[in-house]
Design a protein around this ligand. Structure first.
Ligand SMILES: Cc1ncc(C[n+]2csc(CCOP(=O)(O)OP(=O)(O)O)c2C)c(N)n1
Ligand SMILES: [Mg+2]
Length: 555
């Protein structure tokens, strides 16, 4: 006789229905029914060495595929370890479904052991957080969870499945809810016509691509729009790598909010078409009352802030709305590209400066330069959070969408390695690299074991300054004494070897790129430790940009 289907079978059937192929997590005894249902389903269970990395991995899976990534943990301590990952997905707009276990809710012989209110804990960190209280409700709750997670603005959803609800027999004849495509509303005729009119009236329009423009399904529409309009574009940090090609129109990344070379272009523009502006990021530019006009193109209306109050809005599906704007405009913009040609050349030259310096420890500029040289166009670089993120955001050029993964929303340390692991998993044929500081790497370095177990091909670059460098830099910039932010490190070569990975220590600037090449040629997991010279942080971001600002003022 076939075994009776249970609540956990219903849950896993619903996951299969959503196209889930992997679940990341650390199960507890409260999840054993689900684990058994997974075993019989064909969905892969990828156990990690900390729940936080399972959440980072599921969120990145969602970010890269547009389909919600799924993670699974036990109740109490395991579920609490998901909270940083939940916030990462919420601020970063990454679709994710988190499933956590719970003691039986109808009868329990364990009193309050390990019980904390996870549904309430998750509420401010998710788009929706619910306990499943009846076995028969599982299919609809799962369908709804995936819809909420994947709909604009995407984000995390939490479902708690108590042990007894998971183990109860499934009602006869109940199965998953069928999926259907969902078309979003598009910016209306009037809004589109006004946008086209404003673009026509502008001599020096610029396109800005923000975080909400960086969605996998938008790549063709956005790339096509930039090419058809022939308007130079810049992006925010989270908007980086949102389009394919169009390198001839890229004018820079707003790694800072103001005062960088890129902001000369912002000042020069008489109109900015802001696509997918999202207030989770530090402002890419500061709007002034008497400054240039701004058009907001977004899934949602603009969030008005002291630094962002657009003059016009086109609200609706971004891809389709942009298609309509290009259509209404009817051809390339006559003056935009030419108006910025000279400035574009200067900006790109400035942010590429010192890329070939031979100094040792290596300059951040050289690190960015050499990584770019070693990575093919489709290679993926995933950054953790530290000082180098600003250098990469500013100077690393992308040519293919989703080839740089960075988090300028929660900006949490510890996500670099897990996010790179998912990129390596999804793109086994491409070069994938994690770039981490010695602080951030050690926050989830235990996942090297997971990477080895999964037989990933992955290079992890660790920038070694024996410090929480970014904070140390801000301490200096704000005039505080250099105190309390340094630490020691393990020997990263033997650390790598202990996991069965290969370790490398870069001893000179000339050594760096060939080491990376060798690592990729060998395949497998490699740790490359690189001493970095952060004296450049103050020299460029404070002294050089300050003198640039006064030169601009004097103009
Ligand atoms: C989880 C978390 N804790 C603390 C911070 C604050 N923070 C931002 S950057 C940074 C230092 C990062 O040090 P490291 O990873 O060594 O990179 P470095 O700046 O030295 O290159 C800290 C502590 C953070 N963003 N995330
Ligand atoms: Mg450091």
């Amino acid at each position: 006789m076939a075994a009776q289907r249970t609540g956990s079978d219903l849950l896993v059937e619903a996951l299969v229905n959503e196209g889930v192929d992997r679940v990341f997590g650390v199960p507890g005894e409260e999840n054993l029914d689900i684990v058994e249902s997974l075993r019989r389903s064909g969905i892969e269970l990828i156990v990690t060495r900390h729940e936080q990395s399972a959440a980072f991995m599921a969120a990145t899976y969602g970010r890269l595929t547009g389909k919600a990534g799924v993670c699974l943990t036990t109740l109490g301590p395991g579920a609490l370890n998901l909270t940083t990952g939940a916030a990462y997905a919420l601020l970063g707009a990454m679709p994710m479904v988190m499933i956590t276990g719970q003691k039986p809710i109808l009868k329990s012989r364990q009193a309050q052991f390990q019980i904390v209110d996870i549904v309430a804990t998750m509420r401010p960190l998710t788009k929706s957080s619910r306990q499943i209280v009846s076995t028969g409700a599982i299919p609809t709750l799962v369908r709804n969870a995936f819809r909420i997670a994947q709909e604009e603005r995407p984000g995390p959803v939490h479902l708690e499945l108590p042990e007894d609800i998971a183990a109860f027999p499934a009602p006869e004849g109940l199965g998953p809810v069928p999926l259907h495509p969902l078309e979003l509303p598009v910016g209306n005729d009037e809004a589109v016509a006004t946008a086209a009119e404003m673009l026509r009236a502008a001599e020096r329009p610029l396109v800005m691509i923000g975080a909400a423009g960086n969605r996998r399904h938008l790549v063709p529409a956005l790339s096509d729009f930039v090419r058809r309009m022939n308007i130079p574009f810049f992006n925010t940090q989270m908007g980086k790598g949102a389009v394919d090609g169009n390198s001839g129109l890229y004018i820079g990344t707003a790694a800072l909010s103001e005062g960088d070379y890129l902001h000369d272009a912002v000042t020069k523009a008489d109109l900015i078409l802001a696509i997918g502006h999202d207030v989770v990021e530090k402002p890419p530019f500061i709007m002034e009352q008497a400054g240039q006009k701004v058009i907001h193109v977004g899934y949602q209306p603009a969030d008005i802030a002291e630094v962002y109050f657009p003059d016009h809005e086109v609200v609706g599906d971004i891809g389709a709305s942009l298609g309509r704007i290009a259509e209404a405009f009817g051809g390339p913009h006559p003056t935009a590209a030419e108006a910025f040609a000279e400035l574009r050349r200067k900006i790109l030259e400035k942010v590429a400066a010192d890329g070939t310096s031979d100094r040792f420890p290596l300059l951040p500029q050289r690190i960015v330069h050499d990584v770019r040289a070693v990575m093919p166009e489709d290679g993926v670089v995933a950054l953790d959070n530290g000082m180098y993120k600003i250098w990469f955001a500013r100077s690393y050029r992308t040519h293919i969408a989703n080839t740089i993964l960075l988090d300028n929303a929660l900006a949490t340390m510890g996500a670099g390695l897990p996010s790179a692991m998912v990129a390596a998993m999804l793109h086994p044929d491409r070069r994938v690299m994690a770039v981490c500081g010695d602080g951030g790497f050690m926050m989830n370095s235990q996942e090297l074991e997971t990477a080895i177990r999964l037989k990933l091909n992955l290079v992890v670059v660790i920038l070694v300054d024996n410090a929480y460098g970014m904070i140390r830099w801000k301490q200096e910039a704000q005039g505080f004494a250099d105190w309390g932010l340094t630490f020691g490190n393990p020997d990263f070569v033997t650390y790598a070897q202990a996991y069965g990975a290969t370790g490398w220590k870069v001893e000179s600037a000339a050594d760096f790129a060939p080491t990376l090449e060798q690592a990729y040629a060998q395949g497998g997991v490699h740790l490359v430790s690189v001493p970095v010279d952060y004296a450049e942080n103050s020299r460029v971001f404070i002294e050089e940009l300050r003198s640039h600002a006064s030169a601009v003022e004097a103009d």
